[in-house]
Write a protein that binds this ligand. Sequence first.
Ligand SMILES: [Zn+2]
Length: 108
Amino acid sequence: MAAEELRVRREQLLAELGVVTTVERDPDASVSFGKRVGDGTTEAVERLNRVGTARELDAMLRDVDRALQKLEEGTYGICDRCGKLIPEERLDARPWSVLCVEDAALRS
Ligand SMILES: [Zn+2]
C-alpha cells in the first residue's frame, strides 16, 4: 500500500533532514567561501553540499506530504499539473510522485 510506504519514507526524510539541519539550520543561508585556499575552502564546499542535500530532502518531503494528501483526496496517481495519469512504473519507482514525467521535468 502506497500510504504505508509514503509514511515510512516521510519518517526517513525527517530523520535525514534532522541530521543535515543540525549542522546547517538555514538551507537558504548564503555560503561564503574562505579567502584562502585550504581548510576554509574545503569547509565551504562541504557546507555547500550539505545545503544542496537539505534542499533535495526538503523538496522530496514536500512531494511525500502532497502524495499523502492526494491519497486522502482520491487523486493519487493523477498529475497535479495536467491531470493525466502518472504511469504505474513511475509510481512504483517513486511512490511520492505527484507530477507526470513531463511536468516533473519542467519543474526542475
Ligand atoms: Zn502532468
